[in-house]
Design a protein around this ligand. Sequence first.
Ligand code: GLY
Ligand code: MN
Ligand code: MN
Length: 484
Amino acid sequence: MRPSSRSLSLVAVGFVLGWSVCAAAQPPEEFRKRRDAVRAKMEPGSVLVLRGAARVGESFRQENNLLYLTGINEPNTALVLYGPRPEPQIPAEIKAELPDGFRLPPPPTEVLYIQPSAPQARPAPGAVPPAARLTRPGFDTVRAWQDFQEAFEAILTRGAGTSLSLSATGADGPQPPPVVYVDLQRSRRLLDPLTSDEQWLRAARDRGANVAFRSASALVRPLRAVKSPAEIERITAAMTITGAAQREAMRAAKPGMFEYQLQAVIEHVFLINGARRPAFASIIGSGPNGIILHWSENTRQTQPGDMVVMDVGAEYDLYAADITRTIPISGTFTTRQRDIYETVLRANQEAIAMIAPGVAMREINARVNGILTEGLLRLGLIKDKGELRKYYTHGLSHGVGLQVHDVGEGVLQAGMVLTIEPGLYIPEEATGVRIEDTVLVTEGGHKVLSADVPKAVAEIEALMRQDGIDYSRYLVNKKVDSRQ
Ligand code: GLY
Ligand code: MN
Ligand code: MN
């Protein structure tokens, strides 16, 4: 379909205004390379099965491992990958009948199952409608979703492929059962009814299936730790939007605002920039709520003098961002707030300065723990070095990618994207401070993807003096804003 002249003019306006957040589609070869990398790790004769997420109400978000390997964000999708398989053998009596050099075509190395897309064009009256499409770029073998259930059952009950049997005894003596990599949903408690996966498994075993189950996720997830240029482009876009939202929230913030109003400013900037949903529930924790790590009710009205933790991230083209800034709602830090804040800031900055390929997160953690402990002693909050965890109650870092809490590894490599997010949480002072940046590990060291969001005390105070979005003009119920 050609773009309408209206959408063309919107594109033109966007261009003139400098809307620059966009990323070219990831090429099918990128996904194929990822699948090849998974296959290279699979046991000979094994099968890997990834089933897509189900649609929940109106919203749909693909299971991340399947998305990573296919780029397909549609319901009713599954992928079957085959590990190395011996060439199919032709029985001697049949071979004798065949021309010299005849070989069976190799079995597929992968099969994609999708919901066939409906033909777009309406057929002319009386014409036979075109068949639904069953192709996807980069995939040689695509089958209809309706066939997946049967194929999966066949894998579970007959083994990995044509040349493997589930029998425990082969010509060379007892054989180990073929390996099937799959993520089965399991019930956490013995007393709970069986999940449908467990029922399936039981039925398969009742029919004599004897396969060794391994986690598909354990095979795929480590590959996701190092991001490709196309992935970095998407994370950077999500970060750029989130940075703009954080800056706008700093300009708009005023005492008396409700936490959800700061959330509205932030998510407004997300949407305006085409980030159609947050990567996680926005956390706006003012005063005592700043101590609650994943506070996302955002219902409290801020009071003059509060510190406000704003931990937010846009999702852009399925990739996440994650940035936390902590601001004084009144626009200036008190001396005490500044002392606490600058302890956390130092931990944040020194941790980031250490990021480079080959560095172990353990070393960075040790440095941060040292700085925070020293700070707590100086602030008079602890008397003993062993008390750090009283006020620093979470981890320093996690990977960022398709998920906000993405795959992370112990030793840094170029291409990893991770957060650095030290914090101090002081219930007796109703004060929480967290400063979180998302950082790309580069060959030469690192690049802070949230570098354009102020975090020095003077920079924050300067930005808060600027005028921000005047959200009060949209308020229809004056009672919700005490400043009216
Ligand atoms: N936004 C959640 C976190 O920082 O881990
Ligand atoms: Mn985080
Ligand atoms: Mn965060």
